[in-house]
Design a protein around this ligand. Sequence first.
Ligand code: G
Ligand code: G
Ligand code: MN
Ligand code: NA
Length: 254
Amino acid sequence: LLLENGLRQAIERQQLSLVYQPQFTLAEYRLTGFEALLRWQHPELGMISPAEFIPIAEKNGFIMPLGEWVLATALRQQARWQQQGLPATLMGVNVSAVQFRHPRLGEQIRMLLAATEVPAQQLELELTESVMMDNPQRTVAVMEQLNLLGIHLALDDFGTGYSSLSYLKRLRLARLKIDQSFVRDLLIDEEDRTIIGTIISLARNLGLQTIAEGVESREQLEMLRTMGCDQAQGYHLGRPLSAEQATELLLGRR
Ligand code: G
Ligand code: G
Ligand code: MN
Ligand code: NA
């Protein structure tokens, strides 16, 4: 209850912020974009993880204004970088299943893109496999609508949830995000290696890009490169950065 009440005030009291984790190509180690990750600095409880408060926001309906704040903040950051003449990058934004199901999401995104003048193809929504669970037909329809806006869609935590391969073919995805649970023991667990190899060849066959999450060592990075994974993110490549730190990273790459 403490979190639930606090969450409603968190936006106006400016306790929320985004951090930006960089993403790189494995072939050339080129910076391609950032994943925006939400942070809540609570006055008494300290830093609270979105893993804790997103489920609460999903239940009490606050997820729509919260999600709008995240999208608006991430796109405003993109617009600022654009105005500074920095290289164009992709911004990945996590979208919960409840947000995805909401009939207003498409319109919300269309308005925010128009207001910030960020090109649609620089925004990627990260969806989890759970969006497909309740109504696959409806999911395909919503994704087609979002695609018409010109934004990219990625499937997050891929391999951990329910994914019907027949629907995967029909979904208009740009990327599969290989879940960090498979990357963690990649070097010592042959089964994890097999799963990652299978995801990479599946993606190839469907014409999708792959990005590995949670890369924490150079050895993991090299293995993923050898296996033909396209991109990666993780503590070895870069921790989630403040807006200022991310700007510095972009300035260095100009
Ligand atoms: O960054 P961190 O490891 O704390 O994120 C924990 C979980 O919260 C992850 O599953 C991540 O996808 C999710 N998450 C982070 N930011 C957002 C956000 O803005 N919206 C939603 N829906 N989930 C987020
Ligand atoms: O569910 P999603 O993939 O969006 O969650 C991303 C989460 O993983 C974020 O909470 C982020 O802080 C965290 N993360 C990012 N890079 C690494 C990493 O290299 N190792 C670990 N353990 N977590 C990471
Ligand atoms: Mn994610
Ligand atoms: Na993930």
